[in-house]
Design a protein around this ligand. Structure first.
Ligand SMILES: *[C@@H]1O[C@H](CO)[C@@H](O)[C@H](O)[C@H]1NC(C)=O
Ligand SMILES: *[C@@H]1O[C@H](CO)[C@@H](O)[C@H](O)[C@H]1NC(C)=O
Ligand SMILES: *[C@@H]1O[C@H](CO)[C@@H](O)[C@H](O)[C@H]1NC(C)=O
Ligand SMILES: *[C@@H]1O[C@H](CO)[C@@H](O)[C@H](O)[C@H]1NC(C)=O
Ligand SMILES: *[C@@H]1O[C@H](CO)[C@@H](O)[C@H](O)[C@H]1NC(C)=O
Ligand SMILES: *[C@@H]1O[C@H](CO)[C@@H](O)[C@H](O)[C@H]1NC(C)=O
Length: 510
């Protein structure tokens, strides 16, 4: 049987994920699919990435123990994982000691960058990468105040510094930060929403995952915060999953804007989605997640990148022969130092290819960020209204350079006019405009009392001008006309009271 020679070189790679979570299950199935797809179409490759899988058991210690086991006992040359940013810290430290690249497709916390470990490769975007896109939207509509609503954990807090300072650059002030705990009850959410409602800011940026996010919007809808005048902007944490939300959640989110990384639709992507779905349903028949999402796509690309990087070493005549192993005797249980880990790392950092999510390239230790898509929740789902790119800002098409506006947006309350993003506090009083009630000059101001409804109607040229001026203010000011009879009619208190009331309210408005 001389023909069937085993000429491939196995390269052991560890995988550390929370195997009982859907991110873990999806990640694992995508990694194995990516490798079998890649070697099926690149049969001539001399190397084969062989995965060694460990469960991090939703735990920081579990992740560290799994990584240590892989490094010591399996002698892996790279590790894909961990699933969450929280588990990443210690694993990244281990990777540096063992000189083994730690490649995560789902640890998105910006704070991980501060570890400055060259052995940590983030094969995904950090959560701050979308901040310029959000800033561009806020700037484009001229909103001067926003409220941030984040989940109260490392994920939620991670994006706050970059978002706050980016908005400051365009003179937009974060007036309040609302932290909602993952285990908040519906009552607690409603209480927080009522608090936000009494404030004057009407632009809310929401940074959390579902299902907390779906509950937030269901409640916001119930208390009347999904009506005309409100603006809601989602980060990718929810935007990426709009298509998986149930119809009642989508109903509560009408008019919401969202940003998410732009994943160009390709034939390969469609094919992978269909094949993955079939495979996944066979592997996990009773799993509720059945659509391939961004985490799966990133896992697929990360595994493909690793296969390419490892192969490049063999082509470059790199020896995979066992060299004598040096051991770093000072570190944890004298951890094995990988002889080829540094080479795999350098190869990976210079690997570029067309992945499922677009152009794959690692820049400064993380996936190169390209375009973001801006969507508007409308009807039964989302509608693309434009893109944001680093080079051209807000554009209609990802590679166009002409600056045009976004497509028509349907705002909350089915409104088509851009919300001003600001009102007087709802617990405050309306701005009262005194209107003299007197005979004559009725073309300027005319006060009529409707005897049936007992309301006054104020019309005339001065009123029309005033309404027009108020309408052009960059923010909304609720106001009402108060007929003022002189000298003894006394419809609205005396004149001095009226003046002080107006002064008080105007000074609070400006
Ligand atoms: C050839 O490789 C396969 C797996 O890749 C392995 O199971 C088999 O033992 C190898 N055979 C030889 C002769 O090395
Ligand atoms: C996050 O990603 C963006 C885009 O790639 C990059 O400019 C930024 O420096 C990154 N931030 C951190 C903290 O890594
Ligand atoms: C690759 O290495 C082998 C021996 O290890 C050597 O004979 C060969 O010339 C090398 N090829 C190149 C292109 O360097
Ligand atoms: C390790 O390799 C070096 C040469 O590369 C050699 O001098 C040394 O004796 C080797 N050590 C062991 C323990 O094999
Ligand atoms: C824009 O992208 C489309 C498809 O992705 C391509 O056909 C077109 O040539 C691109 N145009 C430019 C100006 O790059
Ligand atoms: C009509 O409204 C005024 C104040 O708006 C009130 O003082 C008056 O009692 C009302 N009259 C009737 C008949 O309701």
């Amino acid at each position: 049987m001389g023909m069937a020679q085993n000429t491939t070189i196995p390269v052991k790679v560890g995988v550390v994920l929370d195997l009982d979570t859907w991110v873990g299950k999806m990640g694992l199935s995508c990694i194995s699919m990516a490798l079998s797809d890649w070697y099926a179409s690149h049969g001539h490759y001399k190397t084969r990435v062989i995965t060694k899988i460990r469960d991090s058991q939703r735990d920081v210690v579990g992740a560290a123990a799994a990584a240590l086991d892989l490094l010591q006992n399996e002698e892996v040359e790279a590790i894909i994982g961990p699933g969450s940013s929280m588990q990443a810290n210690f694993m990244i430290g281990l990777g540096s000691k063992a000189r083994v690249p730690i490649i995560s497709f789902s640890a998105t916390s910006p704070s991980l960058s501060s570890l400055q470990s060259q052995y940590f490769v983030r094969a995904t975007l950090n959560d701050s990468a979308q901040v310029p896109a959000i800033k561009a939207i806020v700037q484009a509509f001229g909103w001067r105040e926003v409220v941030l609503i984040c989940v109260d954990n490392e994920y939620g807090n991670g994006v706050i510094p970059s978002l706050t300072s980016a908005l400051q650059e365009v003179d937009t002030h974060v007036t309040y930060r609302s932290a909602i705990h993952l285990s908040a009850t519906d009552d607690q959410i409603v209480k927080e929403l009522y608090k936000l409602m009494t404030m004057s800011t009407r632009v809310f940026i929401v940074h959390m995952f579902t299902p907390l996010g779906s509950r937030l919007f269901t409640k916001a809808n119930e208390v009347g915060m999904m009506e005309e005048g409100y603006v809601w902007i989602l980060t990718d944490g929810m935007t990426d999953f709009l298509s998986t939300l149930d119809p009642s959640a989508i109903d509560s989110m009408q008019g919401v804007l969202g940003v998410k990384p732009h994943v160009p639709r390709t034939k390969e992507l469609d094919s992978v989605k269909i094949r993955w779905k079939k495979k996944f349903q066979e592997e996990y028949p009773i799993n509720e997640i059945s659509e391939l999402n961004i985490f799966g796509l990133r896992a697929y690309d990360a595994a493909s990148a690793l296969a390419i990087a490892v192969e490049k070493l063999s082509v470059g005549n790199f020896s995979f022969q066992k060299t004598n192993i040096s051991r770093d005797s000072i570190s944890l249980e004298s951890i094995r130092v990988s002889p080829i880990g540094p080479n795999i790392l350098h190869s990976l950092l210079s690997t570029q290819f067309r992945g499922l999510t677009g152009h794959f390239q690692i820049v400064d230790g993380q996936l190169h960020s390209s375009a973001f898509q801006i969507v508007n929740v409308n009807g039964e789902g989302e509608k693309g209204v434009g893109f944001w790119t680093q080079e051209n800002g807000i554009v209609r098409r990802p590679n166009s350079t002409s600056k045009v506006n976004l497509r028509a947006i349907t705002w909350p309350g089915e409104s088509t006019s851009v919300p001003k993003g600001w009102v007087l506090p709802t617990n405050g009083k309306k701005l009262k405009i005194g209107v003299p009630v007197k005979e004559g000059f009725s073309e300027f101001v005319k006060v009529m009392r409707d005897p049936i409804t007992n309301t006054t109607k104020v019309t005339g040229y001065c009123i029309a001008i005033f309404d027009a001026v108020m309408a052009t203010l960059p923010y909304a000011v609720p106001y009402e006309y108060v007929p003022f009879e002189t000298p003894d009619g006394n419809a609205a208190g005396n004149y001095d009271e009226l003046i002080s009331q107006v002064y008080f309210q105007v000074s609070h408005t400006l």
